[in-house]
Write a protein that binds this ligand. Sequence first.
Ligand SMILES: Cc1ncc(COP(=O)(O)O)c(C=O)c1O
Length: 394
Amino acid sequence: MLHRPTIAIIHLKNIAHNYKVLRSLQKKSDLFFCPMIKADAYGHGAPQVMQTLYDLGQRYFGVATLDEALQLREDFSNHNEFTNLLVFSPLFEESLPTALRAQVTLVLSSWREIENLEAAAKQYDMRAAKAKVHLKFNTGMSRLGFESQDAAELAKYFKASQGLELEGVCTHLAEGEDAHLDTGYSAQQFEKFSQIEKHFSGYKIHFHALNSVGLIASSFSEAAVVRKYGARPGLSLYGIKPAMKDLSEAQRTIWNKIDLRPVLELETQIVLTRELKKGESVSYNRQWTSSQDSLIAILPIGYGDGYHRRLSNKGRMLILDQLVPIVGTVCMDYTLVDVSALRESSKDLYSMRVTVIGQGKTHSVKAEDLAEIVGTNSYEILTSVSRRVPRVYR
Ligand SMILES: Cc1ncc(COP(=O)(O)O)c(C=O)c1O
């Protein structure tokens, strides 16, 4: 039983829907596809999202950390078919025996990681199987990855490696918003990546480069190169369509038609209402004063739940399909909204349902809207929803 009405409703059928839409954007069915379920599937619950996609036949998944992968191995220990868990963050030496035991696939960015893993594999009884790895290349993000100059030597190295099997080569876009244009930063990255790819022509491996925006771009890109590569979508799987730069009218039409459905809804209920006289102030530091007699509703959600304090006096919520403004400072456990406009409904507002993120009949509050007010992106809005908020799966 839940003792607090603040919940995140996760619509798994929308995950399944978005997955099918995204897969259909790939022009070839054999292209690599690896849903990103790191950070607890962007706050949606990694085991539940993984299970939904597993049931649809998906067998590759991407996480950031070894701990995320280990937890999923445990959660999925009863599954018949093996799932490939790609761990994108580099590991220190001491974690490698655990990684080998869990049969995760490491994405490597340096010779040092290769040496360490090779040594660990030698120590570890691998039986007949080698440890599968992917190599990441830096083509412009300058975060993780080998440099292009290393490609030839790496290609040679993996032909002879005793303990490691190369299964994929990848890169990551720094500005995928322009991935549909044939001039732009992504085009330069694709060009570098196709040069790297040539060195691995003797291998039957996966080449992957596309995040959500890259994958969407690949469905209407001017440049053919973008369609060659496999995808690792995250955000779009959770129903958020990334904005893109300089779309032509025709491209905008295609973009509009891509039907992604939000997966997360955040809701709460009114626990108290309060009449305020004109001139009375609310919440910490008295950042809002009523300009007329007002009715205020107290909601049990605050920055302790990941509802950003920067939404103070700026954000809006949806009650009875009307947008109502946040008044005063968002607290750790409470937020106040002005519901004076709902008086006309003459409904008892006690325990009334409040949509914090979600869709009403005529209005909505999207993660993107909150991101804009907070001055961040929708990734951060989604992953901010804290552990205190129970996830309810529908
Ligand atoms: C290496 C890598 N691939 C893919 C993704 C997925 O990106 P997106 O959520 O924009 O689809 C991420 C996310 O940050 C990432 O770090």
